[in-house]
Write a protein that binds this ligand. Structure first.
Ligand SMILES: *[C@@H]1O[C@H](CO)[C@@H](O)[C@H](O)[C@H]1NC(C)=O
Ligand SMILES: *[C@@H]1O[C@H](CO)[C@@H](O)[C@H](O)[C@H]1NC(C)=O
Ligand SMILES: *[C@@H]1O[C@H](CO)[C@@H](O)[C@H](O)[C@H]1NC(C)=O
Ligand SMILES: *[C@@H]1O[C@H](CO)[C@@H](O)[C@H](O)[C@H]1NC(C)=O
Ligand SMILES: *[C@@H]1O[C@H](CO)[C@@H](O)[C@H](O)[C@H]1NC(C)=O
Ligand SMILES: *[C@@H]1O[C@H](CO)[C@@H](O)[C@H](O)[C@H]1NC(C)=O
Length: 472
């Protein structure tokens, strides 16, 4: 079972956090269903038994850099661009006489910014296809509790009162560090852990105001004060916020998935060839990429910090891109094994909307800090404040792209290695205007399953492109 790293270290509240919580009916009087509490905390879902697979505190930074330097393309293995150093710029011919600049922006994660990889016409074309009703229309992300930005905000009505059932009504569950007081960090952490809501100090203050709660006026809640707190009403309120208010959701955007096959869209198909040139990866890997995900973020739209790959969370499951029917019946679930994320910016955002990497290239970041980062009050992982606290923010520019590696490479066999924890990233909130972007995710196999092709691979497209490239 996956546990929060924070909770893992604080065994005393473990039992409380393992509980399910109730999905209540609209007036909060009836438990409709027991829902497994989301164990998603800041992207770090750690299997306590296994510990951190990449023990960063024990890994010398030089060694990490050395790993990155093993950049020679291995036959039948995964290649990696050499970042050289932050700021390094290289001209790369991406085909059709197009030469682009590839600028190294970080080494952990290994990350490149590529201006003008698309023409403005190509950007417009992708947006046009995304909003074409034939594609089924843009939909709100249901993954990780998405909600569209325009859904109604729920306002507290004050209808409920009393002590919440279960751990939510217990002082000991809130007093995470066991110092006999509940502080604002603990309130934020408990709300995050129980409802997957991302709140900042001001949001909590707003809730206390709306609920006429004064027990925290001095910054802390004592055990005595806690007994007078309307935890039942609070639970209802938070529950409704989690269903109705897009501001606090993990993710708020609309999206659509587009087929990139040559026969469907030759223009979008061409982008794959550019990615072959950019990454030096085997064409089979690139053509085995997921469909193109096009996203639209409106004001307040955001995506809090997370990892794109799930290999650290569900080690025992097969990779989704190798998910055959047989695997489906025997295992029932899969994990995302995304080696590369390639983000294409399709418009200019007036204000906000950057792609942020809160811990990029922070050489002093270690496992212990990760625990501190599990402390949501650091705000570093919350993308609703313009990402001011992030180490690296790439601002969208129409036609430009950012490419990064979510995984290290396995030095032993040349295939997928461990998750690069530093690839933690998010979408900053849109302050003004809107954002259009597209994601191309390139999954890759681990050495022991490299014989299993990606289910996304269109062999006809692949063979054709191989034939053309061999003629060149
Ligand atoms: C990580 O490093 C710490 C500190 O040396 C050590 O106690 C722990 O066992 C290591 N964890 C793993 C999973 O290797
Ligand atoms: C909640 O309050 C806001 C601001 O006061 C208001 O604009 C909105 O319509 C209210 N929402 C509902 C569902 O009543
Ligand atoms: C909060 O207090 C004000 C003033 O006493 C009152 O008008 C309001 O109804 C109260 N709100 C709630 C939710 O109890
Ligand atoms: C969060 O971090 C601060 C400062 O590092 C610490 O004082 C506080 O106790 C932490 N809160 C929790 C809930 O761990
Ligand atoms: C790097 O991480 C350490 C430990 O968490 C933190 O104190 C420091 O502020 C971070 N530095 C940067 C530049 O983010
Ligand atoms: C790296 O490859 C070797 C040999 O295939 C394998 O034993 C090891 O488990 C791999 N490591 C990871 C992290 O996948």
């Amino acid at each position: 079972m996956n546990l929060f790293i924070l909770i893992g270290l604080l065994g005393n509240v473990l039992a409380n956090f393992e509980e399910n919580y109730c999905v209540l009916n609209d007036d909060g009087t009836e438990c409709l269903e027991e829902e497994k509490k989301s164990s998603f905390l800041l992207g770090y879902e750690i299997d306590k038994k296994k510990g951190l697979s990449d023990n960063i505190s024990q890994t010398n930074y030089e060694e990490l850099l050395a790993k990155i330097e093993i950049d020679k393309k291995m036959p039948n293995g995964l290649s990696r661009r050499n970042g050289v150093k932050v700021g390094h710029t290289e001209d790369v011919n991406v085909g059709d006489g197009k030469v682009v600049k590839v600028i190294t922006r970080a080494l952990r994660p290994l990350l490149f910014e590529i201006p003008d990889i698309l023409t403005h016409e190509e950007c417009d074309h992708i947006i046009k296809r995304a909003i074409d009703p034939k594609e089924g229309g843009m939909f709100s992300s249901k993954a990780k509790g998405g909600l569209t930005p325009n859904e109604v905000q729920y306002n507290y009505t004050g209808a409920e009162f009393g002590k919440a059932s279960g751990w939510f009504g217990e002082f000991s569950a809130w007093d995470i560090n066991d110092d006999k007081y509940i502080d604002i960090d603990e309130v934020i952490s408990v709300i995050h852990a129980s409802f997957s809501l991302w709140m900042l100090e001001n949001d909590i203050k707003e809730i206390w105001e709306k609920m006429n709660v004064t027990v925290m006026d001095d910054g802390i809640i004592s055990e005595e004060e806690f007994e007078t707190l309307n935890t039942f009403g609070l639970k209802e309120y938070l529950h409704k916020l989690s269903k109705n208010d897009p501001r606090f959701k993990t993710r708020t955007s609309n999206q659509v998935w587009l087929n990139m096959d040559q026969s469907v869209d030759p223009l979008i198909h061409k982008i794959r060839e550019r990615l072959v040139k950019l990454t030096g990866l085997d064409r089979k890997i690139i053509y085995g990429g997921e469909m193109l995900q096009v996203l639209n973020y409106l004001p307040n739209g955001h995506y809090h910090a997370h990892h794109d790959s799930e290999t650290h969370q569900r080690a025992d499951l097969p990779c989704c891109h190798q998910y055959s029917g047989d695997v489906l019946t025997s295992v029932g679930e899969c994990k995302l094994c995304r080696y590369i994320t390639f983000v294409l910016y399709l418009n200019n955002v007036e204000e906000g909307g950057g792609t942020a990497f809160p811990i990029a290239d922070n050489i002093t970041f270690n496992e212990m800090n990760m625990v501190q980062y599990g402390n949501v009050s650091t705000d570093k992982y919350n993308m609703m404040h313009g990402c001011k606290l992030s180490n690296l923010v790439i601002q969208p520019k129409k036609g430009s792209a950012v490419l990064w590696y979510n995984h290290l490479r396995n030095e032993t066999d040349g295939w997928m290695g461990e998750l690069d924890w530093y690839s933690l990233h998010g979408g900053c909130n849109i302050i003004k205007g809107e954002k259009w972007m597209a994601n191309m995710w390139i999954p890759a196999p681990f050495g022991n399953s490299r014989h299993i092709p990606s289910i996304y691979l269109n062999n006809e497209d692949y063979e054709k492109a191989e034939a053309i490239s061999q003629k060149e």
